[in-house]
Write a protein that binds this ligand. Structure first.
Ligand code: URA
Length: 196
């Protein structure tokens, strides 16, 4: 079997035809950031700007995400950011569970390569796909789970915060909880100062 590398990952995503989403896109959006970061953020799927640029979280939601990370003094280029699906769903609709399932092979490979210690799930689609299809983000956000030694926390999607700024107070609590978790795992100082 071929060794799992970033090069193989890129090739597989580019060649992927496992679901219909790739039929109407400009670019695949595999994800980007520090490929060995201890912190991985997973969103839902690319939006219009992401589709145009081939990069995750670079539109309005991405700009808010950058600010949220900066609020706990994490430089965005020190974390790894990706999505449940790598192709933009038409009109930004929520990806179906089948599309998320088809794309899981890529997310698995990505997680294997990054080997994060902490994962933040941005929004209900990521939380449902990774943790529990029945999850209610309003109830479960901010709660930590450990899976195979990895700490996982769902929080609101930045788009939800743009739509409803009243949720920002809870999102801030979640960011502080993330900072505490990184501190207690001895990872914060490194991320913050750019060391390794
Ligand atoms: N929303 C997402 O879930 N992901 C992106 O990359 C952009 C917006």
């Amino acid at each position: 079997m071929e060794e799992i590398t970033w090069e193989l990952f890129d090739r597989q995503v580019e060649a992927c035809r496992l679901c219909p989403l790739c039929r109407n896109i400009r670019h695949k959006v595999p994800g980007q950031g520090d490929p060995r970061s201890p912190l991985m953020l997973i969103g839902e799927g690319p939006g219009q700007v992401e589709d145009e640029e081939g990069l995750a979280f670079v539109g309005p939601a991405g700009q808010l995400l950058t600010k949220m990370l900066e609020a706990i003094r994490l430089p965005r280029d020190r974390v790894y950011i990706c999505n449940i699906v790598k192709c933009r769903p038409p009109n930004n609709r929520v990806p179906t569970p089948e599309e998320a399932e088809a794309c899981r092979i890529h997310l698995r490979m990505q997680t294997w390569l990054v080997r994060p210690k902490v994962i933040v799930l941005l929004g209900s689609t990521a939380a449902k796909s990774i943790l529990d299809p029945e999850i209610r983000i309003t109830r479960e956000r901010g709660k930590w789970t450990v899976r195979k030694g990895v700490w996982i926390m769902p929080t609101y999607h930045p788009s939800a915060l743009l739509r409803d700024p009243a949720k920002k107070a809870e999102a801030w609590e979640d960011m502080k909880s993330l900072r505490s978790r990184l501190m207690s795992l001895g990872l914060y100082q490194d991320l913050y100062s750019g060391g390794r």
